[in-house]
Design a protein around this ligand. Structure first.
Ligand SMILES: Nc1nc2c(ncn2[C@@H]2O[C@H](COP(=O)(O)OP(=O)(O)OP(=O)(O)O)[C@@H](O)[C@H]2O)c(=O)[nH]1
Ligand SMILES: [Mg+2]
Length: 315
């Protein structure tokens, strides 16, 4: 799917892309360089949805170039998802941003009458206007066409952790509506449930390593609420590993839950529940919770090998 992200300079486009598709956290993207002209990249969201992103640098001279004959059809044709970014903290440039939105809207809808169009109000943690106020400003004079095309508007903030959910909502909806992808996810979910039964685990979550997002899961663990489940971030778990290094090294010393042949990582909670983290393929991470009393390393390793083959056959 071709995803085009456009907006004025410094509005947060590249940050949003890197945060959602590469699992980059706020500290890693706080000081990004402005995008020179446009950047195209391929991503696989949740290891299910192929995305080719066109991140259009927002400096004035670049925006003008996108509308020239030599570039416009390359950029604006065959778009599946069009994201227009408005910096909710930049009150000086609201009017200009809105003008640019409507200019882009004309060409995007002309080339792609069926394209999904979203406005995202970024930097909502330091907003000057609310979503309602921004929507009212955009719709002014264009109400009929706005409602006809069903443009949706969302807010996002990377430091407040709502950016991933905002873009996730849009992309997950696409997965849900694509039968092939939905079927894949269901089959993977079934594999996770079977894994829980076979290995006596309470949770089995497959994680896409690029973006750190869940691909599919089955869980009856008290630690995992459905809310968290959707956004399990592998990188966050690896961070936790540093903090728990002491516990981990102790467990290694006593020979508990560790093996030289595998790259399994474990933590044990006070109530004897173990958290297991490992890679089952270079792209897919595995997260699980099991009670220490029910745990068997041999069975776990065997079942993980089978899971690897089954998951690879589906993805
Ligand atoms: N407070 C806050 N700042 C953000 C957020 N998202 C991005 N920023 C900051 O906004 C600035 C610009 O971000 P970029 O992603 O480089 O902006 P851009 O739209 O790609 O800019 P161009 O490439 O020049 O068009 C950076 O300093 C980011 O740290 C957010 O959600 N909240
Ligand atoms: Mg950029």
């Amino acid at each position: 799917m071709k995803l085009v992200i456009m907006g004025l300079k410094n509005s947060g486009k590249t940050s949003l892309i890197k945060h959602v598709f590469l699992g980059k956290e706020w500290e890693e993207i706080e000081k990004l360089q402005p995008t020179e002209f446009l950047e195209t990249k391929k991503y696989k969201y949740r290891n299910l949805l192929d995305i080719v992103s066109f991140d259009l640098g927002g400096q004035k001279q670049f925006i003008e170039a996108y509308y020239t004959d030599s570039w416009s059809s390359k950029i604006f044709s065959r778009i599946d998802i069009f994201l227009f970014i408005i910096d909710s903290s930049n009150s000086l440039e609201f009017e200009l941003a809105i003008l640019e939105f409507w200019r882009a809207f004309q060409i995007v809808t002309r080339y792609n009458p069926l394209c999904l169009i979203y406005v995202i109000a970024t930097k909502y943690d330091i907003k000057k206007l609310t979503l309602k106020q921004i929507e009212k400003k955009i719709k002014k004079g264009h109400k009929v066409v706005w409602e006809k095309v069903k443009v949706e508007i969302y807010s996002s903030s990377i430091p407040k952790n709502t950016a991933r959910k905002t873009l996730g909502k849009i992309l997950d909806n696409i997965i849900r509506n694509k039968k092939v992808l939905k079927d894949k996810q269901t089959r993977l979910q079934n594999l996770c449930s079977q894994f829980n039964k076979k290995s006596k685990t309470d949770a089995c979550i497959l994680i896409n390593k690029d973006d750190g997002l869940e691909i599919a899961s089955a869980s009856k663990s008290k630690y995992i609420t459905s809310e968290e489940l959707e956004y399990v971030c592998l990188k966050a778990l690896v961070e936790a590993e540093k903090e728990k290094a002491e516990v981990f090294s102790h467990m290694k010393k006593i020979g508990f839950l560790s093996s030289d042949e595998t790259d399994l990582r474990f933590w044990r909670s006070k109530d004897n529940d173990c958290i297991i983290l490992t890679d089952i393929t270079p792209q897919v991470g595995f997260f699980s919770v099991v009670n220490a009393k029910k745990f068997s390393l041999g069975i776990m390793i065997l079942n993980l090998k089978n899971l690897e083959a089954e998951v690879s056959a589906i993805l």
